[in-house]
Each structure stands twice: as structure tokens, then as C-alpha cells.
Design a binder for this molecule. Structure first.
Ligand SMILES: [Zn+2]
Length: 500
């Protein structure tokens, strides 16, 4: 791929152009696992969010937002206090701490580590005489480490920062049941911060301790899971599926399979779950990832979270980190609602079918996106260097600026005023425009190429006579002369075309 030899250029671009900064706070040396979004990163993030929101609305989803701090009982009920743990290697001599599965993966790259139990990993430590890299002491035991961040509310109420948005959405169940008028499946999503106290976050922005999630939830009946109308509309779509069986044969290339076929072959059990795989893939494709960097990887039975019956990750291939999970699709069964019903003494049984006397606790299917990972992988996959020219080929509608407007010279008032007029006119037409009059034209173009701005408009001396300006295309570098009053319309047409 394109960026292999340019990883350092890429990493510096991310900072230099204001996409992602950190670890934060940089001026105090930084705390591992915490990052900030610069103006360009934030603009891309907002564009991603607005695409997701718009698309999900057309699929019948509604949005909620909950507090990020919840009392202890919530996490007792959800099972996170007991089971949201990572395996840890702690050196008994020098107290260095490593996440066991990641450490073993690095030490034993030919073995399949994902999905091993604690005992199996301990056996590997013993067999391979694995030592602490800091002091050469043998590692023997694997310890449990809870990933929740604990805090206090008021004087002495123990609470935790949420490790996922999902649980906080489930706590709204009886409200949602009422406001959505008991029409199942209920489809909601929540976007917001979640926190995980990762042991030793090493992969930059991929393993953050404070991060943004965008999580979709379907509350659905058992019957609907197997007999789901909307599945019929999407079942012919082919997805790149790497199931657990393939992984056990050490294969890492997915098979393209239609969802219908995957259900028939038993690779996927439930049509409604298959529909969730479709939905996540559909949203991902809207962001413009090419097919060859997308795959679906099924979790091993051991790798699944404590609540999951089946789980697949949607992964994006990156040069810097290999395959990166940007989304997980989880069949959470009725686990969450049963637990919260029991702990809160609420009855979450509802009539979901045609018979009002037949009541059940809904099943939950979840599509969980990590937004920061989307931003990182989007930047990496779209980063190109062609003959020393950096070009960030983001989809037009994802770029921080759609248009940049340059007066050829800034000390000619007529030219400057005309440029500002075009810039304001574009803003009035809801097209995000950036005005820049400083530095040489070449430098201004380069800066916008690095930000991924698809169109640059230059106003020159001729513009005063012919009332036209030059639109330069980021990718083809073609320049076309367009009458100034026509500019917003021309840009809007280009945008629409790129969305198709
Ligand atoms: Zn040590």
C-alpha cells in the first residue's frame, strides 16, 4: 500500500495539520491513552457522525444520550465488575506490568493467542520460559485486572465511569418501550465517551483510555431474530467473512459470502444478527473505505465478551497496526435486560408478538463502533504521497473543508473582496469553505491537499474582467474556469455526485 515507506510522514502530518494530538496533556508530558482532536480531526469526526445519523434515521433508528458515570450497582448487574477483566503479567521482581495476551502475541508470533484461557496462556509461559523484558525474571502467573475506572460521587457513593455506552442505553428500556409504542424491534443508538483503564496502552490512538463510541442497539423478540423481515431486503449482499473455522486453519483472508449463504451454511445463526453485520458494513462503506481493507473476523468462543453469544469484528487493514477493529457486532441475548430486571426489581417482560398474553424479555443485538479508530483508519487509508506531493484523498463530504478560497494576491483590494464574497457565498449555501490569503499559492495548495480539501478556488487578475474563477480538483489537479455566480451550484453538484 501507499503509506508503507511514509509512516513517519503520516504520523507527523496527523499532528502538523491538527487532526490528532497527544498523548494529552502534551505540555505536561502526556498521560498514555489520552488524546485530543485538533480542528481538522474534529471536523472529520463531525462529518462521520452526521453521515451515520442521517443513514440510521432512514433505517429507523432514534438517538439517546445518557450520563457517563453510573453507580456501582449498574456494573454489578451488567457483570462488568466481575468479568470485564484483562489477563495481566506482573513481574514479581521489578513490578513491570504487561497485558498477557498482547505480550504473548509479540513473543510467539506463530501461535494463535486469541481465545486462549488463562491456564492455556500460563502453560505457554512455562513451556517457552518467557521472561520479563526489564529484568529477565520468569513470568509464571497470569492475574486478573479490571478495566473499569472508579470514582466517587458526593462524599462516599462509589461509582464508575462507563466502559461502554451500551449498558447505559439498556437502563432506559422501560422508557423506550413506552415511547416507541412497543413496536419491535426497537432501534436506538447512543454516541458518547466511554472509559477503560487499559493496562499499558501502546498503540497510540487505537488503545485509548477515554474514547468515543457510537453504539446501535436492537431490542428484538426471539421469534424476530430468526424471522426478520428486513433481512430479506439485504440478504443478497456479500460480505468479507473470516469465520472462526478459517482462522483455526491459520487463514487470514476472508471469503466473500452472501448473508443468505452464510445463514444456510450455519456460519451465522440468526437473520437479524446477519442484518446487523450488513448495517455495520453499509455504514463503513459510506465512509469510502475500499473493499480490500475491510474484513469481518469472528471471535473465538473464548474471546467473546461475557455477555455475547456470537461476536464478529469489522476490521480495517492499516500499514501501521495491521488489522484494526473499528466495530464489533454482538449478540448479547437477553442477558443484560434479565440482569438489570433482577437487580432493579423491574419486570422487563413485554408482549412482543401477536399474543398479548405471551410475554418475554427482549433479546439485544448490538453494533458498536469506535469513532476514534474510524478517524485514524480513514486518515491512514486515504493518505497518499505522489511524487513528494502529500494528498489526503478523503471522500469530499468527509474532508474538514470542502472548498478553500484563495485570492491570488492579498494586497489587491478588488481581488481580495471578490474572494471573500465567494467564500461567504459558499458558507451561505452550507458548503464548508476555508479562506486563506497568506503565503504563496503553491504553499496554500499544498496545505489544503494535506487536509484533504477536494476543491480550491483561486481568484486572479482575470477574474476582475471575466467574473470567473479557477476551480482546481485535488485528485486530478485539473483546473476549470467557472463563472463566479455559478460556483456554489457547481460545487454542490460535485458533492452530490461523489455521494452516489
Ligand atoms: Zn521484571
Amino acid at each position: 500500500m501507499k503509506i508503507k515507506d511514509n509512516i513517519e510522514t503520516f504520523n507527523s502530518l496527523i499532528k502538523r495539520r491538527g487532526f490528532i494530538w497527544g498523548p494529552s496533556p502534551e505540555i505536561y508530558g502526556g498521560l498514555a491513552g489520552f488524546y485530543s482532536m485538533g480542528p481538522a480531526g474534529m471536523a472529520v469526526k463531525n462529518n462521520v457522525l452526521s453521515i451515520f445519523r442521517k443513514e440510521l434515521r432512514s433505517y429507523g433508528f432514534e438517538e439517546v444520550e445518557c450520563p457517563t458515570i453510573m453507580p456501582e450497582v449498574v456494573w454489578e448487574a451488567s457483570g462488568h465488575l466481575e468479568r470485564f477483566i484483562d489477563p495481566v503479567l506482573k513481574c514479581k521482581r521489578c513490578s513491570s506490568v504487561y497485558r498477557a495476551d498482547k505480550f504473548l502475541k509479540d513473543e510467539l508470533p506463530d501461535l494463535m493467542i486469541d481465545g486462549l484461557s488463562f491456564a492455556e496462556m500460563e502453560a505457554l509461559l512455562e513451556k517457552n520460559e518467557i521472561k520479563c523484558p526489564d529484568c529477565e525474571t520468569r513470568f509464571e502467573k497470569i492475574e486478573e485486572y479490571n478495566l473499569m475506572l472508579k470514582t466517587k460521587v458526593g462524599v462516599d457513593n462509589i461509582a464508575y465511569l462507563r466502559p461502554e455506552t451500551a449498558t447505559t442505553t439498556y437502563l432506559l428500556f422501560n422508557r423506550l418501550d413506552q415511547v416507541m409504542r412497543r413496536r419491535y424491534p426497537i432501534k436506538v443508538f447512543q454516541y458518547g465517551k466511554a472509559y477503560r483503564n487499559e493496562i499499558s496502552p501502546r498503540q497510540g490512538v487505537l488503545r485509548m483510555r477515554s474514547f468515543d463510541q457510537f453504539e446501535l442497539q436492537l431490542f428484538i423478540s426471539k421469534e424476530q431474530e430468526f424471522n426478520f423481515e428486513e433481512f430479506e431486503e439485504v440478504k443478497e449482499n456479500e460480505l468479507p467473512l473470516l469465520d472462526w473455522e478459517l482462522q483455526e486453519q491459520n487463514i487470514d483472508k476472508p471469503n466473500n459470502r452472501s448473508l443468505e449463504d452464510a445463514i444456510e451454511k450455519g456460519m451465522l445463526k440468526k437473520p437479524a444478527y446477519a442484518y446487523c453485520l450488513f448495517l455495520a458494513h453499509y455504514l463503513t462503506k459510506k465512509l469510502g473505505y475500499p473493499d480490500e481493507v475491510i474484513r469481518y473476523r469472528q471471535h473465538s468462543p473464548n474471546e467473546r465478551a461475557h455477555y455475547a453469544d456470537d461476536a464478529w469484528d469489522l476490521e480495517i487493514y492499516t500499514e501501521q497496526y495491521g488489522w484494526v477493529e473499528i466495530c464489533g457486532i454482538h449478540d448479547r441475548t437477553d442477558y443484560d435486560l434479565k440482569r438489570h430486571g433482577a437487580f432493579s426489581n423491574q419486570n422487563f417482560e413485554v408482549a412482543m408478538g401477536s399474543d398479548p398474553k405471551e410475554k418475554e424479555v427482549p433479546q439485544i443485538l448490538e453494533v458498536a463502533f469506535g469513532v476514534d479508530r474510524i478517524i485514524y483508519t480513514l486518515l491512514e487509508t486515504n493518505f497518499t504521497v505522489e511524487e513528494e506531493r502529500i494528498n489526503l484523498k478523503l471522500k469530499n463530504y468527509l474532508a474538514p473543508n470542502v472548498v478553500a478560497v484563495f485570492p491570488l494576491v492579498k494586497n489587491k483590494e478588488n481581488i481580495r473582496n471578490l474572494a471573500l464574497k465567494i467564500h461567504n457565498d459558499l458558507q451561505d449555501h452550507l458548503i464548508s469553505s476555508f479562506y486563506d490569503e497568506s503565503g504563496s499559492i503553491g504553499k496554500r495548495y499544498r496545505r489544503q491537499d494535506e487536509l484533504g480539501t477536494p476543491y480550491c478556488i483561486t481568484i486572479d487578475y482575470d477574474s476582475l474582467d471575466d467574473n470567473a474563477a479557477t476551480i482546481r480538483d485535488r485528485d486530478t489537479m485539473d483546473q476549470t474556469r467557472v463563472k463566479i455566480p455559478k460556483i456554489p451550484e457547481v460545487i454542490r453538484e460535485k458533492l452530490l455526485k461523489s455521494k452516489l
